[in-house]
Write a protein that binds this ligand. Structure first.
Ligand SMILES: *Cc1c(COP(=O)(O)O)cnc(C)c1O
Length: 403
């Protein structure tokens, strides 16, 4: 019986060019972004310039984490304590966490079987908030054209959580560029790796000036070469708190060479994704998630659904795959585990009734595709998942476990 022996959490090493850049920063010792030699533009500022150019944004701000980018974006957009903020029910814990961090309250929107925000439910809830923190969870982009039309008509500002969509696009527009602001993460498991880190992009001079001051720029905002012009700071600099959450030059140095090779990583992720998808195609009682033609995605993870499977059968399938070295995550688990939790375990916020999301999450399986995997590794993993899923399903169907 075939077994997989690789690691689902092993990333690629940091590229040599990035290691050299990091060592150079350590040798000169100017790790703080405002500690620049005369005439020097700090690594953090250069990273901001390069990420703004990559995404086509007017302004960019580097931060300590993706969560800090979202919190900063919400605050810079004027969210106040007690406000409601619309967001996806299917997302990662730092998203409602960012809303809670500014004293606001998440208003969750239902999830479709295609794992994106339910635009009909969103439409019904648009009157409840001024801001939508839209999470492209696991890299799935909704119909961004329709979403923006709905939000624009209702006067709702969209902030995009692009933690899984750096390098993705909808209808040719890079993720993070339809909403007023886009928030990216450079945490190890995302699409560029600095351990921790975040990037915030946007075009609005006032909002981005507030974001720069919020990040902890003191009166040194003039050193941000991808920030709005001086006049945008005239008032903002005195009316905005410093919420110290900057990125340092060491992380920026590690990230800059990685931005230059993002396209290549996207191609490799998508090759792994398509291999897994092909290996699972036509597995009985297993539904793959369709990818719309308008969506240019980054397949750094893959999801599939086991629609209406009994809980015991899902657990059996997971255990059998794990026994053969294949670690899967399950969003239907009532108990939050490791990185995986869901809206009903975030008890600091109201837990609404979301039957459509519950039904989707109950059978939702998730798997990382680290770039240390080869296409052969992924083909093997797919054979294991396919065999164990089929075996459990056939056994269950025989004894009437099917609901
Ligand atoms: C990782 C992640 C974040 C937050 O990123 P951090 O850099 O870890 O704070 C936000 N949203 C989603 C969907 C994520 O997966």
């Amino acid at each position: 019986m075939e077994r997989f022996t690789g690691s689902f959490t092993q990333q690629e090493p940091i590229p040599e060019a990035a290691i050299e850049a990091a060592v150079a920063v350590m040798r000169h010792g100017r790790l703080h972004r405002y500690n620049a030699a005369p005439g020097e533009v700090a690594e953090a500022a250069l990273l901001e310039e390069e990420f703004a150019a990559l995404t086509g944004a007017r302004y960019c701000l580097a931060l300590a984490s993706g969560g800090a980018a979202m919190t900063t974006a919400l605050r810079a957009s004027g969210v106040q304590a007690g406000d409601r903020v619309l967001t996806n029910a299917f997302t990662l814990a730092p998203v409602p966490g960012a809303i809670a961090a500014v004293g606001a309250v998440p208003e969750y929107v239902e999830t479709t079987e295609d794992l994106v925000i339910d635009l009909n439910d969103l439409q019904a809830k648009l009157g409840r908030a001024r801001i939508l923190l839209l999470s492209h969870m696991r890299g799935h982009l909704c119909d961004m054209t329709r979403l923006m039309a709905l939000c624009d008509a209702a006067g709702v500002t969209v902030i995009e959580d692009c933690a899984h969509t750096m390098g993705a696009a909808w209808d040719g527009v890079p993720s993070g560029r339809r909403g007023a602001m886009g928030c990216f993460s450079t945490q190890t498991y995302k699409h560029a790796n600095s351990g921790e880190g975040g990037l915030l992009i946007g075009d609005d001079p006032q909002a981005m000036a507030r974001a720069v001051i919020l990040s902890g720029s003191y009166m040194l905002y003039g050193r941000h070469t991808a920030a709005p012009p001086e006049e945008a700071f005239a008032e903002v600099r005195l009316t905005t708190p410093n919420v110290s959450s900057r990125m340092d030059n060491l992380r920026a140095a590690i990230l800059r060479p990685q931005l230059r090779t993002l396209d290549d990583r996207v191609d490799r992720w998508n090759a792994l994704y398509r291999t897994m998808e092909a290996g699972l195609a036509d597995t009985p009682a297993l539904s793959l998630v369709p990818r719309p033609g308008a969506e240019a995605f980054v397949g750094s993870s893959i999801q599939w659904r086991l629609p209406d499977w009994p809980e015991a059968a899902v657990r059996e399938m997971l255990a059998r795959c794990a026994a053969r070295g294949v670690e899967l995550k399950w969003f239907g688990d009532p108990e939050p585990r490791a990185f995986t939790s869901r809206y009903d375990s975030w008890r600091y916020a109201p837990v609404p009734s979301l039957p459509r999301t519950d039904r989707v999450l109950a059978g939702l399986i998730d798997m990382r595709l680290p770039l240390t995997f080869t296409p052969d590794d992924v083909a093997l993993i797919a054979r294991i998942v396919r065999a164990e899923t089929s075996a459990v399903w056939q056994a269950g169907a025989g004894v009437g476990a099917r609901t």
